[in-house]
Design a binder for this molecule. Structure first.
Ligand code: X2X
Length: 334
C-alpha cells in the first residue's frame, strides 16, 4: 500500500499535477451499478453506505455508486458483473433467472401474503436455497439480506384493470425473465420483455400500453407522466439481490470484506423500511398527479393463474423440494 501511494504521488509530481487526491487515492475502487433513479431509497441508502465504507476502511475502499442504468441496462450489467467489469449489482431475482433459473422462485404470482412471509422466507430457508444456487451456478454471489422493491401494481394508458379479463390482449412491458412472461401470458395479456432502462420511452411512444412496478418506482421514475391508470393488483413481491463478482470481492483483504458485507446487509435493512413506507404512502401523491387508482380482488387473479396452469407449470420447473420450501412460508399455492 505504501509503495503504491508513493508511486501515485510521485507520478503526479513528475507531471506537475500534484494534488491531495493523489495522496488519498483509495487502494480498492469498487463499482456498484443499479437500474433505479438516484432519488429511490435504494440509491439514497447506497450512497450513505458508500460513505460508511469509506470511513470504516479509512479510505482504503472507494465504493462508487452508479444509479439509473448509467453503466448499461440490466442485461448488459449482468454480463459486466459476471465478467468482473462491474463489482456489485442489484438485480431482481427474476431477471437473475436468465442466468440462474432457480432464483425466480420468489416471484411466483400471489405467493407471499404479506411482508412477514416475505422476510421469513427470504431471510430464511428459501433465500438460503436461492443464494446457494446463485453461488453454485455463477461467478457472482448474493449477500444475505435481499433489498426490497415491493409489491407490484399494474399501470397503463388504456383502461383500469379491475378483473383478470381486463388484461386480455393488453400490450404490457415485463422485465426480461421467463417467469414474468409466463405469468402475463397466463393472464392472456401480450407481454413484451423490455429492460427498465427503456421503459419510460416505451410507454411514452406507446410501444406498449402498460407496465407493472411498485409505487416507489412509478413515482421516482415518473411513470405517472406517461400512464393514466394504476390498478392495485399486488400480483407479485419483488426484491433485489445485492450481487458481487466473486473474484473482485476475494481480492479484498478479510477485514475489508467484513466491512463491505456488514454494511451491505445493514443498508439493506434500512432500505427495506424506507421502501415499504414509500410504497404505502405514495398513492395520495400520485392521485394528485392525475393517476387514476382502483383496487382489485386478488382472489380472482389468483384463480386465473391457477386455471391457466401457471402454478402447476412452475412447480414442475422448480421441482418438488424448492416448491415445498416456498409453500412452507406461503401456505399451499394451488
Ligand atoms: O425492471 C423493473 O421493472 C424493475 C425496476 O422493477 C426491476 O428491476 C425488476
Amino acid at each position: 500500500r505504501f509503495l503504491k501511494t508513493v508511486s501515485v504521488a510521485s507520478a503526479a509530481a513528475a507531471t506537475g499535477m500534484m494534488s491531495t487526491k493523489a495522496f488519498a487515492a483509495a487502494e480498492f475502487t469498487l463499482k456498484y451499478a443499479n437500474n433505479l433513479p438516484a432519488t429511490h431509497p435504494m440509491n439514497l441508502r447506497a450512497k450513505e453506505m458508500a460513505a460508511k465504507i469509506a470511513t470504516e476502511s479509512k479510505g482504503r475502499i472507494d465504493f462508487q455508486v452508479y444509479p439509473n442504468n448509467q453503466l448499461g441496462n440490466d442485461t448488459d450489467t449482468l454480463g459486466q458483473v459476471r465478467a468482473g467489469a462491474v463489482d456489485f449489482f442489484t438485480l431482481s431475482p427474476l431477471i437473475l433467472g436468465t442466468l440462474v433459473p432457480a432464483a425466480q422462485i420468489s416471484g411466483v404470482g400471489f405467493a407471499f401474503k404479506d411482508y412477514n412471509q416475505v422476510w421469513a422466507a427470504m431471510d430464511g430457508e428459501l433465500g438460503a436455497h436461492v443464494r446457494k444456487q446463485i453461488d453454485a451456478k455463477s461467478t457472482v454471489f448474493a449477500f444475505e439480506k435481499i433489498w426490497d422493491n415491493g409489491y407490484r401494481q399494474i399501470t397503463n394508458s388504456t383502461r383500469p384493470i379491475n378483473k383478470p379479463e381486463d388484461l386480455k390482449g393488453m400490450k404490457l412491458r415485463v422485465p426480461p425473465s421467463p417467469l414474468w412472461t409466463s405469468m402475463f401470458r397466463a393472464f392472456d395479456a401480450a407481454p413484451a420483455s423490455i429492460n427498465f432502462a427503456e421503459v419510460y420511452s416505451a410507454l411514452q411512444t406507446k410501444i406498449v400500453e402498460g407496465q407493472e412496478n411498485p409505487m416507489a418506482i412509478i413515482s421516482t421514475a415518473k411513470l405517472y407522466e406517461v400512464q393514466k391508470f394504476c390498478s392495485m393488483t399486488n400480483h407479485m413481491w419483488d426484491g433485489f439481490w445485492f450481487l458481487a463478482n466473486k473474484k473482485s470481492f476475494e481480492r479484498l483483504p478479510k477485514d475489508l470484506q467484513e466491512i463491505v458485507t456488514r454494511n451491505v446487509n445493514e443498508a439493506g435493512m434500512k432500505q427495506r423500511a424506507d421502501v415499504k413506507a414509500l410504497n404505502d404512502s405514495l398513492a395520495t401523491e400520485m392521485k394528485g398527479k392525475g393517476l387514476a387508482f382502483n383496487d382489485t380482488d386478488n382472489e380472482a387473479f389468483r384463480a386465473k393463474l391457477r386455471s391457466a396452469g401457471f402454478y402447476a407449470e412452475w412447480h414442475k420447473k422448480f421441482g418438488d423440494e424448492p416448491w415445498a420450501l416456498l409453500e412452507k412460508y406461503t401456505g399451499k399455492l394451488a
